[in-house]
Write a protein that binds this ligand. Structure first.
Ligand SMILES: N[C@@H](CCC(=O)N[C@@H](CS)C(=O)NCC(=O)O)C(=O)O
Length: 218
């Protein structure tokens, strides 16, 4: 199995956490952000993660990849009982917050040195394309981080905080695939300096990392 991914990418981190939870060995292939050729050769647009299962099956949607992994290796169980609704919720709870990525993008570039130092052209591509899509420079976004967090992000974290402070995991005491998704998506909040990230969120991400035995930060 080969996982093509960007180390900073939360959608890719969802899959990395789940693979780690399952104890599945795979080949990790980090791509440069400007690499359009590799995804194209695999039959997909430039969008990661892409998982090549090695038997002709290649997939590029994180939730589909998670389902496929579960089917191929059901133990330890990741898709417990009625998890599907919670999985859908988890897959949108953080990344669909307006301005979520405006807050995180400049700090990915700064934090994931191994990725962006190794691929300087990828770093340029990342910065240019994201500044264009957000209509603001990384310098502006960095300067606005506390305001963006307090006004645009924190209010949307309330339901997540309510859930993770009452329950150990999303499904209660039992760990599930939905935790890989939510923790990966929230992980980047830890790299934004000077924001008051609620400890409930920080502890929840760490709980999931410990359960999967994989640390997402460098
Ligand atoms: N729905 C996809 C989303 C994946 C996604 O948005 N990946 C981003 C990286 S975080 C990407 O590859 N972006 C490529 C680009 O914008 O050039 C999934 O869940 O797998």
């Amino acid at each position: 199995m080969i996982l093509y991914h960007y180390p900073h990418c939360p959608f890719c981190q969802r899959v990395r956490l789940f693979l780690a939870f399952k104890g599945i060995a795979y080949k990790s292939v980090p791509l440069s952000y400007d690499d359009e050729e590799t995804p194209k050769k695999l039959g997909f647009p430039k969008m990661l993660p892409i998982m090549d299962f090695g038997d002709g099956k290649i997939m590029n949607e994180s939730l589909d990849i998670l389902r496929e992994i579960e089917q191929r290796q059901p133990f330890p169980i990741g898709f417990i009982g009625p998890v599907e609704g919670k999985l859908q919720w988890a897959s949108m709870a953080a990344v669909n917050i307006p301005d979520y990525f405006s807050l995180l993008l400049p700090w990915y570039l700064y934090h994931y040195q191994s990725e962006f130092k190794k691929f300087p052209k990828g770093a340029d591509y990342f910065k240019t394309s994201k500044e264009r899509s957000k209509g603001r420079s990384f310098t502006q976004l960095k300067a606005q981080r506390v305001e963006i967090f307090n006004t645009a992000v924190l209010p949307h974290l309330e339901p997540i905080i309510d859930l993770v402070e009452d329950a150990y995991f999303i499904m209660g005491p039992t760990f599930s695939v939905a935790d890989c998704v939510l923790a990966a998506d929230l992980s980047g909040l830890r790299i934004v300096p000077d924001i008051a990230l609620p400890v409930e969120i920080k502890h929840y991400i760490e709980r999931v990392e410990q359960h999967c035995r994989l640390r997402l930060l460098e």
